[in-house]
Design a protein around this ligand. Structure first.
Ligand code: FE2
Ligand code: FE2
Length: 169
């Protein structure tokens, strides 16, 4: 049986993953409107991944005889100052999600909830990867500054990356 506190925390996490999915969708829309077609694909892919994260927790909660709740989703912002600000906001958001995963991990450790800890281990690794990915893009943007050719190349690279990821699945 899933401890009640864990059930509640996981339902909150389900809502956070759903919000992350909606947030990346808003970023994809901004990219498409501003000519960054490759980066739009990248954020569409990110949005799909966040929904997969949500479903992973959702299915687990019911499987562990808890009660998974389909979340209401708050509307994310759609206005962004610049291309770089997308990745700054994405990194900031991923860091918040990481904190929340770590908090649930601490709770599950206290409660000796080994099943949930096993699920969370995957998320701990995933968050490290996601933060790292956004950080690498921000580092590239620092090198590129306002160079148009550099931005064009980064946009193409991000577009290709999402295609290769899909092809590998
Ligand atoms: Fe996620
Ligand atoms: Fe994420």
């Amino acid at each position: 049986m899933l401890p009640e506190k864990i059930n509640q925390a996981l339902n909150e996490q389900i809502a956070k993953e759903a919000y992350a999915s909606a947030y990346y969708l808003a970023m994809a829309s901004w990219c498409e409107q501003n000519g960054f077609v490759g980066t739009a694909n990248f954020f569409y892919r990110q949005s799909d991944e966040e929904r997969e994260h949500m479903m992973k927790i959702f299915k687990y909660v019911n499987e562990a005889e808890g009660k998974a709740i389909s979340p209401g989703i708050e509307q994310p912002e759609h206005e962004f100052d610049s291309y770089t600000s997308l990745f700054e906001k994405a990194l900031e958001h991923e860091r918040k999600v990481t904190d929340s995963i770590h908090q649930i991990t601490a709770l599950a450790t206290d409660l000796k909830d080994y099943r949930t800890l096993n699920l969370l281990r995957w998320f701990v690794d995933e968050q490290l990867e996601e933060e790292n990915q956004m950080q690498i893009i921000l580092d590239k943007l620092k090198l590129i500054k306002d160079d148009g050719v550099g931005l064009y190349m980064l946009d193409s690279e991000l577009g290709q990356r999402s295609e290769t990821t899909e092809a590998n699945e």
